[in-house]
Design a protein. Structure first.
Length: 67
């Protein structure tokens, strides 16, 4: 698979992952918001805003790998 095709497939995977992750994080956050105190909700949203990138490192490596 050439690099151009890999990048196109990787972008499609990235968009699907981001949509699913955002929906799950927002749903979980909406469920937890009435239960958690303000400081805990703040920590949840900060963590959810940073953790999404961790599973994407292998995808970016695969997308940029030569031939």
């Amino acid at each position: 698979m050439d690099i151009r095709t890999r990048k196109a497939v990787g972008c499609a995977i990235l968009l699907a992952y981001m949509a699913i992750y955002a929906a799950l994080a927002a749903t979980l956050g909406a469920y937890l918001l009435p239960i958690l105190p303000f400081w805990a909700a703040l920590i949840f949203y900060a963590a959810a805003g940073l953790v999404w990138i961790l599973p994407l490192k292998p995808l970016f490596g695969w997308m940029n790998r030569d031939g």
